[in-house]
Design a protein around this ligand. Structure first.
Ligand code: SF4
Length: 261
């Protein structure tokens, strides 16, 4: 059943913000996705943009005139960074999953080149649902970013299917396998915790999830709860005390710093 709350409006262009992110500070957002619908390999129960059927990674090969071109990206990013030269981060995020853009790797290179041309002291980052990591061009582009923030909300395929409602082409095991092999010096993992049906706060899930983090060995893990409208009715935020408990347990099992936001 759908939530009856109104969803967050989609970003209306390629560049948005700067937004003052709780975790990143002032961050200039890059949206490589359409402006009138969510384009994502997931359809998460907690998505702030509401429901939209998940797409497979194979859709990267399809013609889509709703996506920005590399020329547009270069022009608008250059103009925005001249206006906002004091941002901490230049962050790929936006209306779904940025790595679904067929020329994602070139877009990353443009962001790095424009930042360096303008001598802006900002880090390049992405907030991604991790599904693109199974594609070799995406994986190498993620390596070139300063700070990849990769999502993993569940510790098992079964719960992953219920929470993230991934496209059938997406495999939980393949994502985990690639995250374990992904040797980025500044790899950050992130997860959102919530209650309802489904929920991911139960001990068994937290233990399985932390066991996977132990193998991935990220530099840090960021956890938080819902603070926006959600796609599915009954999905509710949890309090800071619950998040602190999850962080302590997960840190103990994985040996990786887990921070609550
Ligand atoms: S990954 Fe993000 S954009 Fe995609 S469905 Fe989940 S919350 Fe929404």
């Amino acid at each position: 059943m759908d939530s009856d709350q109104s969803y967050l409006p989609l970003q209306s262009g390629i560049i948005y913000g700067p937004v003052n992110s709780r975790r990143l500070g002032p961050s200039l957002g890059i949206n490589l996705l359409p402006c009138d619908y969510k384009l994502c390999t997931f359809d998460c129960v907690y998505c702030q943009y509401g429901h939209e059927p998940a797409r497979g990674l194979s859709s990267r090969a399809e013609e889509n005139n709703d996506l920005p071109t590399t020329t547009e990206m270069d022009g608008v990013l250059r103009a925005a960074l001249k206006l906002h030269s004091d941002v901490n981060y230049i962050t790929f995020s936006g209306n779904g999953e940025a790595t679904l853009h067929p020329r994602f790797a070139e877009m990353v290179d443009i962001a790095i080149r424009v930042r360096d041309d303008l001598k802006i002291d900002a880090r390049t980052a992405i907030l991604t649902n991790s599904t693109g990591i199974v594609e070799s061009d995406v994986r190498s582009a993620l390596m070139r970013l300063d700070s990849p923030f990769m999502k993993l909300d569940a510790g098992s395929e079964q719960l992953f299917r219920r929470i993230n409602r991934a496209h059938p082409e997406v495999s939980f095991d393949r994502i985990v396998e690639e995250l374990i092999r992904f040797d980025h010096p500044n790899l950050m993992m992130q997860a959102i915790f919530f209650e309802g049906d489904p929920s991911n706060i139960e001990n068994q899930n937290v233990e399985q999830w932390a066991g996977i983090l132990k193998e991935i060995k990220p530099q840090e893990v960021h956890i938080y709860s819902i603070d926006r409208p959600v796609a599915s009715a009954g999905i509710r935020p949890v309090g800071r005390d619950v998040l602190e408990g999850i962080a302590a347990k997960a840190q103990g099992i994985s040996g990786v710093p887990v921070k609550v936001f």
